[in-house]
Every structure is written in C-alpha cells, then in structure tokens.
Design a protein around this ligand. Structure first.
Ligand SMILES: NC(=O)c1ccc[n+]([C@@H]2O[C@H](COP(=O)([O-])OP(=O)(O)OC[C@H]3O[C@@H](n4cnc5c(N)ncnc54)[C@H](O)[C@@H]3O)[C@@H](O)[C@H]2O)c1
Length: 417
C-alpha cells in the first residue's frame, strides 16, 4: 500500500486528487520552538493534514504557531500552555490521530507515553529517550497499547544515505563489516541564552558526559547494518576527552570572568564510541559539538568489495581492472545507477525542504503510516535502540570506558524481523 501511495502521490496531479480524497490525518504538536515550528510548516504543506491543537509552555511561541495555522488553514488550533504537563490534556483530545513532540529532550518520552496511552500515534524528535528506563517504557507501552512510536530521524532520508542503502542492498560493497559516522556539528551558537546562562542543551552537558546526540549518524548506520532486522548491537565502549570548548567559547563571547566561562562542564569535547554487533561487525561513532569545525556526519561504509566516504562524498569499488589503482571515484555515476526510487520520484518536491529534503520524507512517511493505520517505518524498537546510546555511553564513560552490554529491546525479534 505504501508503495502505491508513494507512486501516486509523487506522480503529480492525479496523485494530488487521490491524496486530497484520503481521510485527513489530525496531529497535535507539543513544542513549537525552532524545530517544532519548522515541522509544523512542512506538515501544513502536506495535503490532508490538520492541526487541531498546539502546545508550548512559551506563550509567544504558541501564539506564533497558532497564527500560522490560522493564516494557512483558516482555523485557529486550540492552544495548551498551562505548564509543563499540559500536553496531557492535548493527548486526551478525541479529535487527534497522532501527537508529535519537539520539545527539549526530557519531555520526549513522557509526551510519547501520554499519546500512546490515549490511543494516538506518537512521533518524537531525537532522541526518543534519554535514560534506559525511558527507552524501555516506550517499548513496553507501544507493545501494550499497540500504538506505534516513531522517532523522526530525518537523516535516514537524506539522499546520500538512501543511495548508500540501495548500493548496500544491491551488494555493491559486498559484506559490510564496519561503518562509521558522527554528529560533528559545531552547535556552540545554541549553547548559551542571551543573558549568558546555559540553554537547555548545555544544562545536559553540565552534568552528563557521553554521546548526547547519537541518532543522526546511528539511524542510517543501523539501517545499513540491519540492526534489529537480522543483527543487533551487543555491546559498546565509549571515551571522552577533557572539556574545554564551552569554557573557551564563553570566555570569548561573554568574558573570561563570566560564570559560563569558569563553570565545569561534564561533557568532553570529543566523544568516541565503538559498538560491536552480535554478528561480529563494528561501528565507530563520534560526537563533537563544542569545538569549531565544519558540519560533517563523517559516514563511512567498509565492505569486502568496496568503501564509501561521506566526508569525501566518494566511493571505491574494487575491480579487476589493473589501471584503476586505489583511487576514490565520484559518486555521480552511482547516483545515475543506484539513486533510491523514493528520491528519484521526489527529488524536486523534497529538495525544497530543510535538511536536504529529509524533513519532508520523514514527516510524509509518518503521516502516511497514520493514515493507513500501519506500522511506522521507524518503529519503537529502532527508536529505543538508537536513543539508548545516549545513556549507555554515559555509563561507559563514567565507568572508565568499560564495556557496557546493549539491551535487546526487541526481545529476540531482531533475528527474524
Ligand atoms: N531532527 C533534526 O534535525 C532536529 C533539528 C533541531 C532540533 N531537533 C530536536 O528538536 C527538539 C527541539 O529542539 P529546538 O531546537 O526546537 O529547541 P527549542 O528550545 O527551540 O524548542 C523547544 C520548545 O519546546 C517547548 N517546551 C519545552 N518543554 C515543554 C513542555 N513540557 N511542554 C510544552 N512545550 C515545551 C519550549 O518552550 C520551546 O518552545 C530537540 O529534541 C532537538 O534535539 C531535531
């Protein structure tokens, strides 16, 4: 059904009519700050999506979102802003099919749980949970209520990520034995509020030390390596450097005597994690957000027949041609041959949207699962597994980089899924 939908929707005018005739998908949004507001705007571009309710503790942001929905759709959504737990009232509404959460991290699980318990689909921003208990609770609640929970991992839908997926599926790299990736993003501009205090992100980094944003690189890697679908992460080990970046940045921006320049931050500047899978493959995962550098997800795939480098956007495929040499090749000819069908059909539609179109696809896939009442393409097991790296790396770092066993959220289903 999903394939049919994709083909028709992406096909243009006919598709549009079919889409419009489809039953509306009604979504309540919790958290309409930078990310939530951006997602809201894309959702309103999708035909057949209605936003009857919006929630934010910040009344200005709430009003901005309400205004935008009213301007676009002619009807003002009901607002919820009576404190941090007001999302519970929103979740109880009877006119919603799904609840989407884009708050700061600590609320993702509570909002998703409230949604599923009220028989709504849950969509959560990354990470889905920040403790192992939260990850388990998501899985148990989804199983008990039979309501899907999808972490909105948009990087899984990036064009290069889906190209690589297609090349792996078609055997171009042979057996994939190792992958690497990292969230290497200088997010110091988000570290401090205008008054110099730590933002909610930095409050986490004041106390925790590990990989605090694992899902952007691990989502694609987990798919490439069939994690939860024939293999599973068995254990990990994690190491962090000293923490210097925030202090240096705050000293430059706020002055060397400012509290933010002298405070001790737990989070090391560079965190490196190694994961081993049950079937014997490995992953090297990075996290670097508080030192200067250009953005780089630093993907690498190593197979028995070839290799892919996301940093270089190049590929190497072994050949019997002796003139080839050990040289990287441009990706373009591979796009011509291996472009993922989803991207082939939607490149012009998706390309207009943020994160290289990934935001469009991830929302469209979620909305379509809700409309069809089907399982979400990223399910609760993926959401929990990818997010669990957050608490597991903290555990490993705190224990002097000891090996930490990875829980099997699927309860053995990974063997046959
Ligand atoms: N997938 C991506 O590419 C991507 C990009 C940016 C942010 N994010 C994620 O999106 C989330 C939000 O990030 P952001 O940059 O928009 O942060 P933000 O601070 O701009 O927005 C968060 C919003 O949530 C509201 N909020 C906080 N607690 C609430 C509660 N209990 N009830 C209702 N509203 C509440 C805040 O008032 C704020 O408006 C984070 O989890 C972040 O990791 C993902």
């Amino acid at each position: 059904m999903k394939q049919i939908y994709r083909r028709t929707f992406l096909g243009g005018a006919v598709a549009s009519a079919a889409w419009a005739a489809a039953r509306p998908v009604r979504i309540g949004i919790v958290g309409v700050g930078g990310r939530g507001y951006g997602l809201l705007r894309i959702l309103l571009d999708l035909e057949g999506v209605e936003i009857p309710a919006v929630c934010d503790i910040d009344t200005k942001r709430l009003a901005r979102a309400q205004d935008f929905v009213e301007k676009t759709r002619g009807k003002r959504p009901e607002g919820y802003s009576r404190g941090e737990e007001d999302f519970r009232r929103l979740a109880e509404r009877t006119d919603l099919d799904a609840v989407l959460c884009a708050t700061s991290w600590q609320w993702h699980t509570p909002v998703a749980l409230a949604a599923m318990r009220a028989s709504k689909y849950a969509a959560v921003e990354v990470p889905a949970g920040v403790t192992l208990e939260q990850c388990w609770e998501l899985v148990k609640t989804s199983e008990q209520t039979r309501m899907p929970c999808m972490m909105l991992e948009n990087v899984n839908y990036f064009r290069n990520v889906m190209l690589v997926q297609n090349m792996i599926d078609q055997g171009l790299f042979g057996e994939v034995v190792h992958c690497a990736g990292g969230y290497h993003h200088d997010t110091r501009f988000l570290a401090f509020l205008q008054n110099g205090e730590s933002s909610w992100r930095t409050k986490f980094a004041e106390k925790l030390n590990g990989n605090l944003y694992p899902t952007h690189p691990i989502g694609p890697i987990a798919r490439w390596m069939r994690i939860n679908h024939g293999d599973r992460f068995a254990r990990l080990v994690s190491m962090s450097t000293v923490s210097r970046g925030f202090n240096a940045y705050a000293a430059r921006k706020l002055g060397p005597a400012h509290e933010s320049a002298t405070r001790r931050y737990a989070q090391g500047d560079v965190n490196t994690t190694l994961l081993k899978t049950e079937r014997g493959y490995t992953v090297a995962l990075g996290y670097e957000c508080q030192t200067p550098r250009p953005y780089d997800l630093a993907f690498r795939v190593q197979g028995t027949k070839g290799s892919y480098s996301g940093t270089l956007e190049k590929i190497y495929v072994e050949s019997d041609d002796p003139t080839q040499g050990e040289k990287w090749s441009d990706l373009q000819p591979y796009y011509d041959k291996y472009e993922h069908p989803m991207w082939k059909q939607a490149v012009s539609a998706a390309g207009r949207y943020s994160h290289g179109g990934g935001d469009f696809f991830v929302l469209r896939d979620f909305v379509e699962a809700v409309r069809q009442r089907s399982q979400t393409p990223i399910d609760v097991y993926d959401s929990a597994t990818w997010s669990a790296i957050f608490p597991l790396t903290i555990q490993s770092v705190a224990a002097g980089s000891s090996t930490v066993e990875f829980p099997d959220f699927t309860g053995g289903k990974w063997r046959n899924a």
